[in-house]
Design a protein around this ligand. Structure first.
Ligand code: PEP
Length: 257
């Protein structure tokens, strides 16, 4: 919808040290123009060790690029060795925190309860969650992608008030399409992204549902971005592999061209 500014968010995963992060962000900054930023919100989701460097660059050069983390602790401080808190991310002016990425669900045992607690931690600290949901190949083959994904959504939003939810970003990422080169068809993306919006209207209101940006993620490239973005309930993309190539990422931002 025209009311929702599209978001193109690059998930760097565990790539780019802080020096590489500076070089990469400078490349993006050099290429992107006010025309790009007026049409599309651009964000990079970096390793924790890159955030201070990216912040310094963005602040110093008044860049319009947004940035955020790939995870957040459910706790605000204390004896949680190795974790990074919401207050720490807020102090670095992170706009976003990715929550519940399939790689964290798969390798770090993140369940609905943890994802829900992290969503609340982000909102408590003024950081907007990019909540990742989506089914694996077995679920897709059984044709249960909508009910599976909506159950993840319900769990993640348990006890989250409408005033917060209207700011959330939901990323529909079918696990079978992440890093596999296997992209969902625009119709597959629309089916589940549309169902997510209907569910938000049921859980909250149509007004809230109309405000939430629903992204698609999974092997998005410059060559397939326009078809996916043409879908009425797809408001942007979460881009992994292709976001590490600055030229390719800029082409995705310019998907309309
Ligand atoms: C992701 O990590 O969120 C993602 C969508 O990865 P890729 O674009 O590489 O499939």
């Amino acid at each position: 919808s025209d009311a929702r500014t599209p978001l193109m968010a690059g998930n760097w995963k565990m790539n780019l040290n802080h020096l590489e992060a500076i070089a990469h962000t400078q490349k993006l900054a050099f290429a992107l123009t006010d025309k790009d930023y007026d049409a599309v919100e651009v964000a990079v989701l970096t390793p924790f060790t890159d955030l201070r460097s990216v912040q310094t660059l963005v602040d110093g050069d008044k860049l319009r690029i947004k940035y955020g983390s790939q995870d957040i602790s459910a706790h605000d401080s204390g004896a949680y060795t190795g974790e990074i808190s919401g207050p720490m991310l807020a102090k670095l002016k992170c706009s976003y925190a990715v929550i519940g990425h399939s790689e964290r669900r798969q390798y770090h045992g993140e369940n609905e309860e943890i994802v829900n607690a992290k969503v609340k931690a982000a909102f408590r600290n003024g950081v907007v969650p990019i909540l990742c949901v989506g089914e694996g190949l077995d679920v897709r083959k059984a044709g249960d992608q909508v009910s599976y994904t909506l159950a993840q959504l319900d769990g993640a939003l348990e006890g989250v008030p409408a005033a917060d939810v209207e700011k959330i970003v939901v990323a529909y990422e079918p696990v079978w399409a992440i890093g596999t080169g296997e992209v969902a068809t625009p119709e597959d993306a629309q089916e589940v992204c549309g169902a997510i919006r209907v569910r938000l209207a049921e859980l909250y209101s149509q007004d809230v549902a109309d405000k939430v940006r629903v992204l698609y993620g999974g092997s998005v490239k410059a060559s397939n971005a326009a078809g996916i973005m043409a879908q009425p309930d797809v408001d942007g993309a979460l881009i992994g592999g292709a976001s590490l190539d600055a030229d390719e990422f800029v082409k995705i931002v310019r998907y309309r061209d």
